[in-house]
Design a protein around this ligand. Sequence first.
Ligand SMILES: Cc1cc2nc3c(=O)[nH]c(=O)nc-3n(C[C@H](O)[C@H](O)[C@H](O)COP(=O)(O)OP(=O)(O)OC[C@H]3O[C@@H](n4cnc5c(N)ncnc54)[C@H](O)[C@@H]3O)c2cc1C
Length: 391
Amino acid sequence: MQIFENTEIAFKHRSDKELKKARILFKFMEYPLVVKTAGIVANLGIGLRLPLGWLVKPTVFSHFCGGESLEESRELVESLKKFGVQSVLDYAAENKESEDEIQSVAAEIIRTMDFAAGNPAVNFSVFKPSALAPVKILARAGAGQSKSDVSGIEKFRANIKKLCHAAYQRGIPVMIDAEESHYQETVDQVATEMMELYNRERAIVFNTLQMYRHDRLDFLDECLRAASGKNYKLGLKLVRGAYMDQERERARRMGYPSPIYPDKESTDRAFNDAVTRCLQNIDITSIFVGTHNEESLLLLMDKMKEHGLKKGDPRIHASQLYGMSDHLSFNMAHESYNVVKYLPYGPVRYLLPYLIRRVEENKSVTGQSGRELHFINLELERRKIRKNQKK
Ligand SMILES: Cc1cc2nc3c(=O)[nH]c(=O)nc-3n(C[C@H](O)[C@H](O)[C@H](O)COP(=O)(O)OP(=O)(O)OC[C@H]3O[C@@H](n4cnc5c(N)ncnc54)[C@H](O)[C@@H]3O)c2cc1C
């Protein structure tokens, strides 16, 4: 049996009731009109600050999120650990503008590090750059910036340094998520500086490479050269990228070439190449492979074997989002690979943009909801047969 197909292992952590609820949710996502309407309502909710919690919390929120606070997420984190799966608690703050908001997000991220330091079920921390500086300032780094832009970037650098230092002190690696490409250059610069400072013995700071960007393989080579030349460890989260439509739309609107590959096959090739190159340089690299793509994970496992690496090598983690692709996470964990679930948490209103992205990703055209439904149906059927046999 292929490694990912054991649904008993994949869903051991879910009750019949939870699986049936998940089935209804993914079935809804098969209807484009439902997905579109949900997106419009959620966006309206964000804009008008409508109280949508009563609708969202028992449905999409409970399926894709840990809770509204660290404490609310604790039970789930412990239950995933029982099945060999670790968690990274992802505080769902993005696009913050005011200094007060930014400082309160930074304080919460440090709380996630404290939570991780005291809990063997949580082994990473994470944040989004747009939660720590106004995006318009990050985007204006470089030539032609005003004095206030310069001081804005300096504040961003200081905020990131505070978080990376806290991560270093606690021995909890921290990942810097990637968002839209027009401000990624600033993030890359600061992330690289932080790696040089804090990744001397092992990777504590991880930058993210979105492999749907056609310049990222070259950037990966540049990162490898810098780490090797300056003698630090490169920490990288590899993903395909979640902002394809926005990227293409912005490029079209502003009249510059799209930074995204023209087709999925090119993105897949680049992602797999990045996995391969990182494993070839594993003496100086740690990777966190964030994907729901079976072929990429099979490639990762094959290449690890080829390089004689142990399944539980501490420099290699595979990760999926909570509420998705349990057949990958739990089967890989069962085989003793390091697997981490990305577990977003925070107030419902903070999580709406994240939930919109998940619903979009699971709509029928991408095939993801079909895959989820297929495995959920198989497991419900298996449990039914098992119960009948016991009677
Ligand atoms: C643990 C984890 C952490 C993540 N962190 C981030 C993050 O920090 N930043 C971020 O942007 N995303 C992040 N993502 C989301 C990720 O980038 C993908 O959007 C998502 O995982 C789907 O890609 P996939 O590799 O799982 O699978 P697949 O379903 O095989 O790939 C879908 C992806 O392929 C690409 N793609 C699809 N169609 C085309 C096309 N026509 N042309 C070019 N490319 C195409 C897109 O990137 C699309 O999302 C994360 C995902 C995970 C699992």
